[in-house]
Design a protein around this ligand. Sequence first.
Ligand SMILES: [Ca+2]
Ligand SMILES: [Ca+2]
Length: 349
Amino acid sequence: MNNCTKYCFSFAGLIASLLLVGCDSDSVTQSDQSVLPLSDPNNEGGWILNTVVSDEFEEADLDEDRWFIVGKFENGKPVYKDPDHPDREVWIGRAPAQFSGRNYRLEDGKLKLETRWEPDFPFSTEPGLDNVKYDYANITTAAVINRKLFKYGYIEVLSKAADAEVSSALWMTRHEYENGQRNNTELELDIYEHFGSHRIEGQEYRDRELWWTIHDWDPKFGHENGNNVTYTEKKDLGFRVADGFHTYGFEWTETGIRYFIDGKLFSEASREDIEKWAKEEKGREKGYVIEKAMHLWLDSESFPWRGYPDSKEDLERNSPEGEKDDGVVDYEIEYVRVWQRSEHMEQSE
Ligand SMILES: [Ca+2]
Ligand SMILES: [Ca+2]
């Protein structure tokens, strides 16, 4: 970002502050600098809204300058091509579910990522990369990837998970520049990977679980037994993630992570905590690897080790009456807001 852009943001913020006394999500625009993290209403953190990455989803159409829609349809077929890196292989989703560029809509000021029972979809016949024993079949999900990289900041999302056996995730990745294949993903930060409806006996509690993870995909460590994980936490949120909207606030700085739920501090892990975990649990010299700019993702996936919908009726089992027949279940996102400190807004690599 150049200085002019930065100045314009600051000026816009000043004007917005003068004009607006308060705001709710209905009145917020993408460039409204008066909007502050729920956990920091007095802006003691000195946060500046990153208007290039943030999205309120109040428009009629998804902003494709901002988001890469994975598997967008052309001539009746999904096309997996990154507009910014057309030569890079694009992940098509974890089998049995495949990403479909048709599986989203903007409605009521929200982005709704759809999981569909769609046996007639033109599924890939290639084996899934992560789970070769599963074919792509029956289930389609959605993924949108933010096109701009950023490093460090405060990420806040107001969302409600899909109430089905699929993930509803907010996560980040960075690929090696020359090769975007899955095993050459360089870094991954999973901010949440909700799973709205667990059916496996003894694991029903997972529909209340916050699960967040740092991965380092450097192949020299191998990927067996979760060797790519440098830190992870699983904690009971105290509510079902698919029952209602909640605010997930993730502060990512040079010194560590602080996690806020509905504006209240829920968990924290300092850089030192993460380094210690990586050393003790994985024998790694470095755990806090998330020191480079990454892309933000919103998506739903099948996690076959946790079960996946076996039929349309199974997908829709928890849907309210009157919404059980369309074969569609939604992961809903009211907004994504990313703030950064001024010294980080210049950094994009
Ligand atoms: Ca909205
Ligand atoms: Ca439905």
